[in-house]
Design a protein around this ligand. Structure first.
Ligand code: ADP
Length: 383
């Protein structure tokens, strides 16, 4: 399909016209998901999922492969029908609405662009489907091309674009008609690491400008932490915990979340009425762990541990004694693996600053590690 060419004058007028694009004060509606369930034969893809996305919020569904992320996104898009539950956008129940009438923008991992069309026509496609007039199509396409930094490439065929440029076209096509909700399924996973990290920041900035209620799917916890207002951690068809990236990192509630988000050391602990004990010693902690029948673990982030100097008073810290088994240099930081005297292992991460580098212990050296009470987090085993 060829573009219906505009005259130069028309393009000039179009580019000067102020195009209505959502501002953060004009946010898209909230999304309310209630008791959503989906089975495939004996497989439970989603089990009683509840999720509230606030107007203009950027939510990420994060979980391992098979945890139900894509199923949830496809239900929102209208491509999969749930067995039960409800999905409301604002006041409207959308499960009864066919996909093309839901006013939802989608970006997929494989771009799903039309290879025989140029960039302009790919982005114009949803506008033509919605019968926008050609001046508004030109205005909007040029405006989003600018937003995704593809100005000047309107006439280029998509098979002549790089991976990053194609993903920008896919993004432009998803937002050009100002959908109420934007859905993205692993949109960056085909890109190399550097470009992926750059696009994460760009999508985040674009979201800040547009204020579109967004649901993003990834299995990459770093990507989720970088981009999201809140993250819903999923496993086996359920949302295990939902919170801001900071609070999930600092306060995971279960072992699964602690292990899935960030690096962690886990030490088995006993919890009684007095507090949490490791090797019989009461752990100093800001929050008193609650005794439950479930097994509990102490979560220690490697960068929260410090190598202690034996001559300094460490009485306010939790201390762990052991012997260095390995040092792994990683450029900006180094990992120090320690076998504790009780046989458990801990890994510490220290940043490669001058004074730290000078203090790297050697393999076989006895060391004492310190952990402050505010970094002492207890989680329970997953049900
Ligand atoms: P994720 O996106 O987290 O990898 P999915 O939502 O794709 O997870 O899948 C959730 C579960 O449902 C998995 O066990 C998967 O094998 C199953 N599943 C998904 N789609 C289908 C399908 N069309 N037919 C049968 N099983 C499916």
């Amino acid at each position: 399909m060829d573009a219906d060419p505009l005259s130069l004058d028309e393009v000039a007028v179009a580019r000067k016209t102020v195009v209505k694009i959502r501002t953060p004060d004009d946010r898209s509606p909230p999304l309310a998901i209630r008791k959503l369930s989906k089975r495939y034969g004996n497989t439970i893809a989603l089990h009683d999922v509840n999720l509230d996305v606030r107007p203009g919020e950027f939510i990420t569904l994060l979980g391992p492969s098979g945890s139900g992320k894509t199923t949830l996104l496809m239900i929102l898009a209208g491509f999969v029908r749930p067995d039960s539950g409800s999905v409301k956008v604002g006041e409207e129940e959308i499960l009864v609405t066919p996909p093309h009438k839901r006013n939802v923008g989608m970006v997929f991992q494989n771009y799903a662009l039309f290879p025989h069309m140029n960039v302009f026509e790919n982005i114009a496609f949803p506008l033509r489907q919605r019968r926008f007039d050609r001046r508004e199509i030109a205005e909007r396409v040029h405006r989003v091309l600018e937003m995704v930094q593809l100005t000047g490439l309107a006439e280029r065929r998509v098979d002549q674009l790089s991976g990053g440029q194609r993903q920008r076209v896919a993004l432009a096509r998803a937002i050009v008609f100002e959908p109420r909700i934007l859905l993205m399924d692993e949109p960056l996973s085909a890109l190399d690491k550097k470009l992926r990290e750059q696009m994460q920041i760009e999508i985040r900035h674009l979201h800040e400008r547009l204020g579109m209620t967004t649901v993003y799917v990834t299995h990459d916890q770093r990507e989720a932490i970088t981009m999201s207002d809140r993250i819903a951690v999923m496993n086996l068809g359920r949302i295990i915990q939902m919170d801001t990236p900071e609070r999930l990192y600092v306060g995971p509630r279960t072992r699964f979340v602690a292990e899935f988000i960030g690096e962690s050391n886990l030490l088995p602990i006993e919890v009684d009425e007095v507090g949490a004990r490791f090797c019989g010693r009461i752990l100093k902690s800001c929050e008193k762990p609650i005794k439950t029948s479930a097994k509990q673990w102490l979560v220690i982030r490697p960068e929260k541990l410090s190598l202690l100097d034996g001559n300094v008073d460490n009485s306010s810290l939790n201390v762990f004694d052991g012997t260095v088994t390995e040092i792994i240099y990683q450029g900006e930081s180094f990992l120090c693996c320690v076998r504790l005297n009780d046989g458990n292992n801990l890994t510490i991460r220290n940043y490669s600053r001058g004074e730290m580098l000078a203090r790297i212990p050697s393999v076989g050296q006895p060391v004492r590690l310190g952990l402050s009470p505010e970094d002492t987090t207890v989680v329970h085993e997953d049900q």
